[in-house]
Write a protein that binds this ligand. Structure first.
Ligand SMILES: *Cc1c(COP(=O)(O)O)cnc(C)c1O
Length: 434
């Protein structure tokens, strides 16, 4: 039995061939996921995956395709487009741990990817599926990192990348990448959710393959972040995996990945997922904290400087809800000030990340203070994007010029201003000694 697409909705569970070009269930409109027959035995996989780290073959060097038995949706490996994504480090950060009130913390830093975010883990799979389907043009709507990643992978595969971004709502580093990687780029006067509806219409009309986060193959690639993290920890699961929540694709991917690894016998215990949202863009937090609420209520005007999680109507919420509940996890929200300060602490730990990623540390600090997390908990926080994605934010914060979306100044609690000095060794020495 080959891979299939299965409707995620409990009441439907319709099945489709993996080669069908569909983004939602044609029968009920539900989300789709990729399903496979049961995989080989756990010990053999552990050994095989570890051995591949010594190989020079491109697929083995990819931190996604090294785990290809975990994502077996392609039949022909020649269709894979890889930029050697994944292979991201686990970085301990004692200073960040102290800030959050933990004995220790480890960051899984997805910003070390080829285009600087975890979107590469998924995009290698989405782009490969596009090649397999014989598509020539691919499109996405994105707050930034998806477009940067899609542009790179599509161009590497010889496909034409088409990108739609909300006008004036994107971090500079990300837009620059999309242009440099050769994407046709449209800035639309609408918010993310409105543009998504527009692009779906265009994709159907023009036969363009959609590589948005709803794409089930991207989710498959993002699952391998959990496989790689656990492989790096010799299959010893942490107590918590903490990540920021925007469209909630990553939450869905991590949950699916951890459940499947558990079912395959690769881990004995399920880590809890902690999903952190920005206060001004927290519909998933509201859903999980409102008794009796069954459906997500979209936020019409999402606001946060953490543009990667500025999403009012997250498409993957039904999956994410299932995964948070199945893992016994939690959802938290944090303020702009908390994100900015946590980000500076991650930077001062020598690690660095973009604003959305820092929501993790801010959220952990809150969960720790509330007693949800113990001081001695084994915590892996996923830093989703690279520090250089949003340099404007950094400069403003450190120089006390960063204003929140409501226009209120964000305090430079851990500000680090450059000092203007004369060309005078004596005066500089005096400053350094003082
Ligand atoms: C895309 C992105 C997120 C949000 O991930 P979702 O899967 O949409 O929840 C968070 N941080 C960064 C840096 C991102 O690029």
């Amino acid at each position: 039995m080959p891979a299939e697409l299965v409707c995620f909705s409990e009441r439907c569970r319709a099945r489709y061939p993996v080669t069908e070009v569909i983004y939602n269930c044609p029968r009920c409109g539900g989300l789709l996921e990729t399903a496979y027959p049961p995989a080989a035995d756990a010990d053999a996989l552990r050994t095989l995956w570890r051995e591949r780290r010594l190989s020079n073959a491109p697929l083995d060097q990819s931190g996604v395709w090294r785990y290809r038995e975990f994502i077996p949706f392609l039949e022909d490996p020649a269709q894979v487009v890889t930029l050697r994504e994944g292979n991201t480090p686990l970085l301990p950060a004692p200073r960040a741990a102290r800030y959050a009130g933990l004995d220790a913390i480890v960051f899984k830093h997805q910003g070390f990817n080829p285009t600087g975010s975890f979107k590469d883990n998924g995009m290698t799979c989405g782009a490969s599926q596009a090649v397999r389907l014989g598509m020539r043009r691919v499109a996405c709507v994105s707050t930034g990192n998806t477009s940067a990643s899609m542009a790179a992978y599509a161009s590497a595969a010889g496909l034409e990348p088409i990108i739609f971004i909300p006008h004036g709502n994107i971090a500079y580093g990300k837009l620059a990448q999309a242009l440099e990687y050769g994407a046709r780029t449209f800035q639309v006067e609408a918010n993310f959710d409105q543009i998504l509806a527009l692009v779906r219409t265009l994709a159907d009309r023009l036969g363009i393959y959609l590589l948005n986060s709803i794409n089930p193959f991207r989710i498959e690639g993002q699952k391998t972040i959990m496989a790689e993290m656990l492989d790096q920890r010799d299959w010893n699961p942490p107590d918590w995996v903490v990540l920021p929540g925007g469209n909630l694709g990553n939450t869905s991917a991590f949950g699916k990945g951890l459940r499947e690894l558990h079912a395959m016998g690769l881990i004995r215990k399920m880590p809890k997922l902690a999903v952190i949202q920005a206060e001004g863009s927290a519909p998933f937090f509201t859903l999980t904290h409102t008794p009796g609420m069954q459906e997500l209520d979209p936020v019409t005007h999402p606001e946060t400087l953490a543009t990667a999680i500025k999403i009012g109507d997250p498409v993957s919420w039904p999956k994410a809800l299932h995964e948070v509940e199945a893992s016994g996890g939690v959802v938290e929200k944090v303020s702009e000030q908390e994100i900015a300060d946590a980000k500076a602490v991650i930077g001062a730990s020598g690690v660095g990340c973009e604003p959305a990623s820092a929501a993790t540390l801010a959220g952990i600090r809150k969960l720790r203070a509330a007693g949800v997390m113990r001081a001695d908990a084994d915590v892996v926080a996923v830093l989703t994007g690279n520090v250089l994605k949003d340099p404007d934010y950094i400069y403003r914060y450190h120089t006390g010029q960063l204003d929140g979306p409501d226009g209120r100044r964000i305090e430079a609690t851990f500000g680090n201003q450059p000092t203007v000095v004369p060309n005078d060794a004596g005066r500089i020495a005096a400053l350094l000694e003082g």
